[in-house]
Design a protein around this ligand. Sequence first.
Ligand code: IPE
Ligand code: IPE
Ligand code: MG
Length: 262
Amino acid sequence: MKTATPVVLPSDPDGRTPRHVAIIMDGNGRWAKQRGLPRTAGHREGVKSVRAVVEESVRRGVQILTLFAFSSENWQRPRSEVNILMELFISALRSEVRRLHESQVRLRVIGERAAFPEKLQHRIAEAEALTAENSRLNLQVAANYGGRWDIMQAARRLAAEARAGRIDPEEIDEALFSGYLSFPDLPEPDLFIRTGGEQRLSNFVLWQSAYAELYFTDTLWPAFDEAAYGQALDDYGRRQRRFGLTGDQVESVAPVSRYARG
Ligand code: IPE
Ligand code: IPE
Ligand code: MG
């Protein structure tokens, strides 16, 4: 019989505020259609929700916010919509970066950025450099990102290291592998939100969300405001994360912290 090993929890199961929130910002097109507007009007309106969620994250003490802005599959949309989305990224970077910097937000873009227009790549690099020392909130924008792409690029780099003799394939474990994924320096998402009513992952952070709490809401992204986000955070605060353990084991690890944390 296996002897009982000490209970070790991989993150902060009793915390009422998630350290890391990942959001699929979905429903812009439908929001616009309901109002007889072109889909792109929904994307423009969605920028306001980004602002609201960033500000609320800072207020509520969320440390990392990862937003899915453009998937590797979204290139297949009509050319005109893709072009407007690229222009919107450029203009949003221009209009929002100063405000983000003032709020001590660090901005990073995850995904394969080489596919973006030069001008956008340049803006991204500037914004990342400007905000690099900020530590109040880590804002990660996933653009031309796919969960499978992330796992694949990690595998490719690991294979190259092995071929060069710098690592032994036998050494590869979950910790080493995770070190090659996007944002290896940050904890994994605790809360995974999808707006817009669909209940699927759509190739967002796959490996890193293995134990994330999922939250789906019918609210379309442009209508997702501070209150709607607050509801998602409150819902998270009422859950018990077990990571394969029993509820009693989890309670015995940190029975006080659940109530002690503000
Ligand atoms: C999400 O909203 C934004 C992007 C994928 C860029 P959608 O554009 O997918 O909106 P719906 O799902 O069509 O309503
Ligand atoms: C996921 O939304 C991507 C982003 C929000 C950026 P989609 O609208 O592209 O997802 P599907 O196609 O409905 O799965
Ligand atoms: Mg959609």
